[in-house]
Design a binder for this molecule. Structure first.
Ligand SMILES: Nc1nc2c(ncn2[C@@H]2O[C@H](COP(=O)(O)OP(=O)(O)OP(=O)(O)O)[C@@H](O)[C@H]2O)c(=O)[nH]1
Ligand SMILES: [Mg+2]
Length: 208
């Protein structure tokens, strides 16, 4: 663990803030999941979001509409967030006033899994439109994550995605990891995801 990563973890750890680094391909639905999360947990948990994006503030603009504090990081073409980038913006936040900090990483199924940004956990969002072969083709992100969300299940009938095979592959890569079928359109699975987050936040607070 790098010194910087340790420093962010120590800092958020002392304050009892649970930090999750949400990863996934471009368009997998990371921001959509965050929007649903804000709707469900706003008023219950004190949240903030760090948005990683190559060039734009489009995702941060979406989060801002939900009245949740958001800080944008533009990587200027960089394919992932790293600890120095997140450390810099974390200094602008009052961690005393937060329970949950969600970092949306740059859309990419490969590089973000290789870097820690000071998170407690990583999570991966895989859209079923990407294909059921993706867990085995991109194993690291599933091995590194503490939870996997299989998103866009509302369009499962129109995709040739083998749900059982994908879940079996994910479980082979990371035995015991929770895998939740999610739809940001119908809200299927969103309550289960939010309950998982609540439990992680509570566990972090209990460690304080
Ligand atoms: N049908 C369906 N569409 C979805 C769902 N979730 C997200 N989408 C759509 O998928 C597209 C991409 O969603 P985003 O939330 O922007 O994806 P993202 O992972 O944040 O994308 P990047 O930040 O660009 O990597 C948008 O058009 C969403 O409306 C879902 O559950 N069902
Ligand atoms: Mg996004």
């Amino acid at each position: 663990m790098t010194v910087l990563r340790r420093r962010i973890r120590r800092c958020s750890g002392r304050k009892g803030v649970y930090v999750i680094n949400l990863m996934g391909s471009p368009g997998a639905g990371k921001t959509s999941v965050l929007e649903k999360t804000m709707e469900k947990l706003k008023g219950e948990l004190r949240m903030a979001v760090v948005e990683g994006d190559l060039f734009t503030s489009k995702d941060a603009d979406r989060i801002e509409k939900h009245g949740v504090p958001v800080i944008q990081i533009n990587t200027a073409g960089g394919c992932h967030l790293d600890a120095p980038m997140v450390q810099k913006v974390a200094q602008q936040m009052n961690l005393d006033e937060l329970d949950l900090l969600i970092v949306e990483n740059v859309g990419n199924l490969v590089c973000p899994a290789e870097f820690a940004v000071g998170e407690d956990d990583k999570g991966v969002v895989l859209s079923i439109t990407e294909g059921d072969d993706k867990p085995m083709k991109y194993p690291l992100i599933f091995k590194e994550s503490a939870i996997a969300l299989l998103n866009k299940v509302d369009i499962l009938p129109y995709c040739n995605f083998d749900m059982a095979a994908a879940k079996e592959d994910i479980t082979t890569l990371h035995p015991g990891m929770p895998v939740i079928e999610v739809s940001c359109t119908t809200e299927q699975g969103i309550d289960d995801w939010c309950q998982w987050l609540r439990d992680r936040v509570a566990a972090k607070k209990a460690q304080k």
